[in-house]
Design a protein around this ligand. Sequence first.
Ligand code: GRF
Length: 188
Amino acid sequence: MKREKAAVFASGNGSNFQAMMETEDVTDKIVLLVCDQPGAAVIQKAKKFNIPVLELDMKQFPTKKAYEKRIIKALHSHEVTWIFLAGYMRIIGSELLAAFPKKIVNIHPSLLPAFPGKDAIRDAYWSGATETGVTVHYVDEGIDTGPIIEQVMVRISAEDTLEALAARIHGAEHQLYPNVMKRLLQSK
Ligand code: GRF
């Protein structure tokens, strides 16, 4: 049986990363954090859990291709088989997509295809919708467009504040994403 190993890509706070690291059967499969924002809070979280960090600044690379090639080199040296994006604020380019076909997964805070893009929680809140949610999906060349793996619905009540809704959505993410990961990482 092939041993699956995961890298997490994140740019910011890392609450999803933390939830993964606190989930049995997931934590021991995460071998690398890739972070494109030097100084991001997620880096300290990885250090606390003794996870190696590849910290990159895209400005230091002549092209996106060169940037992704550097990442791929690290992924191969850690024998990574799956990539999980968790608040990674960059579009995955053709180098990474070709190197990890159908092995790159993302979490998005809406019920895709509704509310793609970076302000999904806010957009759903102000739209007047009565429900939104969380989607885990494969990554393709589009933005928030790849095949859906699993979704959960989160209701929006008339009394909700944006902050309360965001907190419930993040809570739902922290349940859903590690569970989906557990399944995918066991599937071979
Ligand atoms: C999450 O809401 C996730 O759905 C989105 O970015 C956010 C990352 O939050 N893609 P965190 O860094 O995991 O706290």
